[in-house]
Ligand binder design. Structure first.
Ligand SMILES: Nc1ncnc2c1ncn2[C@@H]1O[C@H](COP(=O)(O)OP(=O)(O)O)[C@@H](O)[C@H]1O
Ligand SMILES: [Mg+2]
Length: 371
């Protein structure tokens, strides 16, 4: 095996919110620590983002999906090249890509599993445009090894935090449980910002509830909140993952049939749902085994003051509530940094999945190489 040294790695990530391509130039060290040198949020061009959103709704043809894989690759390469122009070439680019479909169910056809996932953003394009070794398409290898291909960021959380619940709140919310008493595990709690964003667009013509202001101006409808919390996903035992395929527009429109009349009350209640579904998942699946010292919030939801306020209300008083920034790690770039670490490990042939998180039968090295 090659002797490990500090490498310069660009991590590239775009999540279920599809709000931007997050690019994080990092120095990753042999002890698995990771220093962010510079991060950027690079927007998709308008028509490409529209195509991705249509892909989420399963409204594009296979021809367009084929094109979109390369187009997204070009966009990811552009994001990386902005950093490369400023800071010079890097040793590795590590790209999560853009998930367009995630199917974690072990259903059979001709006795073969349909479990699968699709992240687009062609690695060959990124490698060619940047002239850097590109490692991409991580999740598929974990699924091949019997896992759900998610959550993957748990691997980095375990290296960077101790005795905590590391809670990401992106489009979907996902937690990593790090404790001295159990192997690290994690799962998707449910919808994070997805339903809030959808209703902000529909009711207020805004992409999201900036700083949670609308939610803070509204009143929570306890009866609608109880109804929303009945969804069966919240009761499933981990390992479990979800995505836009489940919390889709049809799902949200269906839920809105029972919503209160006032628009701000709708946003307040959906924001409470984000917080309460997270805390209930702790009560069901974590607190019986682990007593964490703190919850550390990251992802875009960490900037939503209403989510933080409701989390504080629902969490036991004995548990501290922090954001990643309290620990010197960017809320915004943590996931892109995590992919930089996954790339570093792939480069050295170090296994980079955690079977307790994904359900895989073994540890494997995820990531495909484009030289
Ligand atoms: N200032 C803010 N106030 C409230 N919500 C925010 C703010 N900034 C970001 N968000 C929320 O975070 C989401 C993006 O979070 P992110 O972690 O990038 O998710 P994903 O991984 O799904 O792309 C936005 O769609 C929005 O809902
Ligand atoms: Mg994002």
């Amino acid at each position: 095996m090659k002797e490990k040294t500090t490498l310069r790695v660009i991590g590239l990530m775009s999540g279920t919110s599809c709000d931007s391509i997050d690019a994080a130039l990092c120095e990753v060290n042999p002890d698995m620590s990771c220093k962010l040198i510079k991060g950027i949020n690079h927007s998709y061009p308008v028509h490409i983002r529209e195509m991705i959103l249509r892909a989420f709704r399963e409204e594009i043809s296979i021809k367009e999906l084929c094109q979109l894989n390369f187009l997204v690759g070009e966009c990811f390469a552009k994001a990386a090249n902005i950093l490369i122009e400023e800071f010079g070439k890097v040793d590795i680019i590590s790209s999560h890509g853009q998930t367009v479909y995630h199917y974690p169910y072990d259903e059979k056809i001709d006795n073969l599993s349909k479990k699968s996932t699709l992240q687009i953003g062609e690695g060959a394009i990124i490698a060619e445009r940047t002239k850097c070794l590109t490692i991409s398409d991580y999740r598929v290898r974990d699924i091949a090894a019997g896992g759900q291909g998610a959550p993957l960021v748990c691997f980095a959380d375990e290296k960077w935090f101790k005795n905590s619940l590391v809670q990401n709140i992106g489009g979907i919310s996902n937690v990593t449980v790090i404790s001295d008493n159990t192997p690290t595990f994690g799962f998707d709690n449910g919808c994070g910002n997805l339903m809030i964003d959808y209703c902000m667009k529909k009711l207020f013509q805004q992409p999201y509830d900036k700083d949670g202001e609308i939610a803070l101006s509204g009143k929570i409808s306890e009866s609608w909140l109880d109804c929303l919390l009945q969804d069966e996903y919240y009761y499933l035992s981990p390992p479990k993952t979800t995505g836009r395929e489940y919390f889709n527009e049809r799902y949200i429109e269906n839920m809105l049939k029972l919503a209160p009349n006032d628009d701000a009350d709708i946003i307040a209640t959906l924001t409470a749902l984000t917080a309460k579904s997270i805390v209930q998942s702790y009560e069901r699946f974590i607190f019986p085994y682990v007593t964490p010292e703190r919850v550390i919030i990251g992802g875009g939801g960490a900037y939503n003051k209403a989510i933080l306020k409701f989390l504080r209300r629902y969490l036991p008083d004995s548990i501290e509530l922090n954001t990643h920034e309290d620990f010197g790690i960017s809320n915004n770039y943590k996931e892109a940094m995590a992919f930089a670490l996954l790339g570093y490990c792939a480069y050295y042939g170090i296994s980079n999945n955690l079977p307790e998180c994904t359900g895989a039968t073994k540890r494997i090295v995820m990531g495909k190489f484009s030289y």
